[in-house]
Design a protein around this ligand. Structure first.
Ligand SMILES: *Cc1c(COP(=O)(O)O)cnc(C)c1O
Length: 408
């Protein structure tokens, strides 16, 4: 269905959207109404295979029965208390995350509501070391609040919001020499290095194994924190519970959000070991909603389903299948990423046109840059569902080989 054929229902909804909501996101592609499994339906009744998963959020797809039951049961039992009180789901979730992260004794968890807020807490932990310099990487994305933004390089999203919190130094990713030099220059003023193991918003660009290992060695030697932002890579996305486990590198601080609640907003900071675990003390940080029972119950249900339904294995299997079929296509330069966090590197800068054609054909995909298509579907995606997209995509590329100007 083309935009011109859109029904009055969807069109009128989007007009009201644009009238009532701030223009921070641009015009929505569609107005969505409901979801089931790996599919969503728009207001006009059209069905789409969801290969974006709410940007790596809907780990179990849409309407997963155990997730819905956990949320509704918890809502009916106890929806929210303040952090003057403890609740069983919150304690169980903290313990579970420490176990899954193989965190040593003394490790601690802090709950937030989003990825940016998790990174704000990590930023404050870096400040609490009493040191000033934080090293972050070009291409990294850590969120839109001021502390998270201060650690995010992309000029287009920072430019008009200065002055930023001070002390952040940006380096090219995977440049060992630059990292050694910057760590040496900061000396005992180095508070932290923050990195995504696989840069998501930059278009699924993994750090080199050796580079992340070097970051671990240098921060340990300097007595600084290694903060890994696993907001996108965490919670089974890459086929491991956390991406750092694929690299064999344990951070001092790990931040989580996106997939953790399976669609309910929740974030977390995992501090590894006694020192990191004790950095923020009484009164030094907090949030009203963080760790509330509904967020904790839905996160527990998400982790349970990932385990019971073997979704770590499914992410690996379906990801490998997608990778090998996509790599074989004419017009595809490379496939990057791990598990179900994948990017298709295109020979021509036609990603926006492909994404627009895909949604018309019933597939939701995402173009983070002109030559990249990102796929971060639910971890429940089947091989048959993946194939339905690849079949469409390969015939699209045959019909539209692209040109140097990116047209079709
Ligand atoms: C999405 C994302 C964030 C920001 O999370 P929000 O929940 O949008 O605040 C931070 N870091 C990474 C790596 C992300 O992908």
């Amino acid at each position: 269905m083309s935009a011109a054929q859109e029904s009055a229902l969807s069109g009128a909804g989007i007009a009201r959207y644009e009238h009532a909501l701030m223009g921070t996101y641009g015009t929505p592609m569609r107005m969505l109404e409901r979801g089931e499994g790996n599919f969503v339906w728009d207001a006009d009744g059209n069905r789409y295979l969801d290969l974006l998963g709410g940007i790596a959020v809907n780990a179990l797809g849409h309407g997963h029965p155990a997730w819905v039951k956990a949320l509704t049961d918890q809502a009916a039992t106890l929806a929210h208390v303040s952090n003057f009180f403890a609740t069983a789901p919150q304690i169980a979730l903290a313990e579970r995350l420490l176990t899954l992260a193989e965190a040593p004794e003394g490790s601690r968890v802090f709950f937030s509501n989003s990825g940016a807020e998790a990174n704000e807490a990590a930023f404050k932990m870096a400040r609490k070391t009493g040191r000033d310099t934080i090293i972050a990487f070009e291409g990294g994305f850590h969120g839109r609040t001021m502390g998270a933004l201060a650690m995010t390089h992309k000029p287009a999203i920072r430019e008009q919001f200065g002055p930023m919190p001070a002390g952040v130094v940006f380096l090219p990713a995977n440049d060992a020499q630059a990292l050694r030099a910057a760590v040496a220059e900061a000396g005992d003023n180095l508070a932290a290095v923050i990195a995504e193991p696989i840069q998501g918003e930059a278009g699924v660009r993994p750090l080199d194994h050796d580079f992340l290992t070097l970051a671990r060695e240098l921060t340990s030697a300097a007595g600084a924190l290694l903060i890994l932002d696993e907001v996108q890579t965490g919670v089974a996305r890459t086929g491991a519970w956390f991406a750092h486990q694929l690299f064999g590198v344990q951070p001092d601080v790990m931040t989580l959000a996106k997939g953790l609640g399976g669609g309910f907003p929740i974030g977390a900071v995992v501090a590894f070991g006694d020192r990191a675990g004790q950095l923020l003390g009484k009164g030094e940080h907090g949030t009203t909603f963080g760790g509330n029972p509904m967020g904790a119950a839905t996160a527990l249900a998400t982790l349970d389903a990932i385990e019971q339904e073997n979704l770590l294995v499914n992410a690996k299997t379906v990801g490998a299948h997608l990778t090998s079929r996509l790599e074989a296509l004419e017009g595809v330069l490379e496939v990057r990423g791990e598990g179900l966090m994948l990017a298709i590197g295109l020979a021509q800068p036609q990603a926006p046109q492909i994404a627009a054609a895909a949604v018309d054909a019933g597939f939701i995909i995402n173009p983070p840059s002109p030559d990249t298509i990102r796929l971060v579907p639910a971890l429940t995606l089947s091989v048959a569902e993946a194939d339905s997209f690849i079949d469409w995509f390969s015939s699209y590329l045959e019909d539209n080989p692209g040109s140097q100007d990116g047209g079709r």
